[in-house]
Design a protein around this ligand. Sequence first.
Ligand code: C5P
Length: 227
Amino acid sequence: PRVGIVVVAAGSGTRLGAGGPKAFVGIDRHSILRHALDGVFAAPEAQVVIVVPEGREGDARTEALEASGDRSDLVTVVTGGATRQESVAAGLRALWGDVEIVLVHDAARALTPPEVFSRVVGAIDAGADGAIPVLPVIDTIKRVAGEEIVAAVDRSELASAQTPQGFRRDVLDAAYAAASAEFTDDAALVADAGHAVSAVPGHPLAFKITTAADLDRARHLLAAAPE
Ligand code: C5P
């Protein structure tokens, strides 16, 4: 396939407090990772690299087999690193063949609809070096220094970034090879390497499961959704 999707699922889940790696926590009868993979395999065909904590590689392979409907030929599982950036780098090294577009996706955004993947790929096909899904910022945002409000920030200039974040493979590989700092997302790393990244509409369901309240929200959404 010409699209590769790196699903990063190697986080520790400390903030979720479920006592184990977040991606393997159940939302309903299926784990966060399984739900994320259901979205990935409902998107246009792609090579899929799943990045997991050391020791969970076999579990991830099992989840991937089920989610992919036995397309294990499309799936690679690798061990992640200490930071998200290291985990993405490990995933990129595992891509093979003729992949031209790489999407990096947080497993923690488990309910991301397939259409978001298509939008990101579409923007790159239309000529962008990189494209990310964003949502408008709802809160009023302040710049602060300790307890002092330094400035109001014009909300209309802001957006919150989601995943999957997509890039031309050559651009992303080069940006990772050149990266000399830690960035909080791939778009920042690619922008630091001098490339323009464009925005496509994100989706409320692409929220990141971080806290116990987020997990509750995902549970309620799935319980309310028709099978
Ligand atoms: O911690 P946070 O939820 O922001 O992480 C975002 C995504 O990055 C998660 O899907 C998590 O599993 C992944 N991650 C990773 N390796 C790390 C840290 C986070 O794959 N060392």
